[in-house]
Design a protein around this ligand. Structure first.
Ligand code: UDP
Ligand code: MG
Length: 140
């Protein structure tokens, strides 16, 4: 498997509880290198663009309100098979279904307030990285 880049968000429920460092440490322990990182407070409109793929889902409005409720930390992670590895470290969307030891099993509050986002495929990783970072900000 080649070296990949993936996009991650430490979500509002986690930044609010001062878990930024704990979650970043989980990525690093899994062999993912944080090659870009910034803290932002999204507007609801910016969150809506990021999650546009879910616009027709019943949870979309609540999701966008939540993503704009507190700061987030947007990061780019690099490593061997980074997209799948990050999804593995994150755990399932619903913390009740997340494998023991995963970030969501340890930290998520609910299926909505689930502490982290991670890209699900190479195409979405590239789009999501480009939405948040310029090429100059990716320091591998
Ligand atoms: N979400 C939610 N209710 C649901 C499904 C998803 O609130 O029934 C939220 C949750 O924050 C999730 C995000 O919408 O992380 C995006 O959903 P997706 O299915 O892409 O899950 P993920 O890729 O984050 O595991
Ligand atoms: Mg997703």
């Amino acid at each position: 498997m080649a070296i990949q880049r993936t996009f991650s968000i430490i979500k509002p429920d986690a930044t609010k509880r001062n878990l930024t460092g704990a979650i970043a440490a989980e990525f690093e322990a899994a062999g993912l290198r944080i090659i870009a990182s910034k803290r932002l407070h999204l507007t609801k409109a910016q969150a809506g663009v990021f999650y546009a793929v879910h616009a027709e889902r019943p949870f979309y409005d609540e999701l966008c309100t939540y993503m704009a409720s507190e700061p987030i930390v947007a990061q780019v992670l690099e490593g061997e098979d980074a997209i799948a590895k990050n999804r593995e470290v994150m755990g399932a969307t619903d913390p009740a279904e997340a494998a023991p030891g995963t970030i969501r099993a340890k930290y998520a509050l609910s299926k909505g307030e689930n502490s982290v986002h991670g890209s699900d495929a190479p195409e979405t990783a590239a789009e999501e990285i480009a939405y948040f970072f310029s090429g100059l900000e990716l320091v591998g």
